[in-house]
Design a binder for this molecule. Structure first.
Ligand SMILES: [Zn+2]
Length: 122
């Protein structure tokens, strides 16, 4: 069992690295957008560029929230890996399809349960 666990851990750590890098670049972009917004006059309702920046800011904040959730999922998966609970569906307890884990290394549920899960989580 140690070899698949190690592969899973590596996949999770790689995924974590990508997510952290993405968060970093988005937070740099967000800081730039906030700076640009601060340069605008207060009257940005009539300023097309100001409202574009506001839209981009909202978009970035939403993306960053999603990436933070993903990071939590990855950390939770690494934790499960640490005590042998990794790769089992949290809902029904059956082993999660290895192909699914390859695509979504932090998956908490088997495909069947994930399909029935309306919260939008994996
Ligand atoms: Zn299940």
């Amino acid at each position: 069992m140690s070899t698949p666990d190690r592969a899973s851990r590596e996949a999770l750590i790689a995924e974590r690295g990508r997510t952290v890098a993405l968060l970093d670049s988005m937070s740099a972009r967000l800081a730039a957008v906030i700076d640009a917004t601060a340069d605008e006059t207060a009257d940005d309702e009539h300023d097309p560029e100001g409202s574009t920046l506001a839209v981009e800011r909202g978009h970035l904040v939403a993306l960053m929230d999603r990436s933070r959730v993903r990071l939590e999922e990855i950390d939770a998966a690494l934790d499960r890996l640490g005590h042998g609970a990794y790769g089992r569906c949290e809902t029904c307890g059956t082993p999660i399809d290895p192909e699914r884990l390859e695509v979504l290394p932090a998956a908490r549920q088997c495909v069947k349960c994930a399909m029935g899960n309306r919260s939008g989580r994996w």
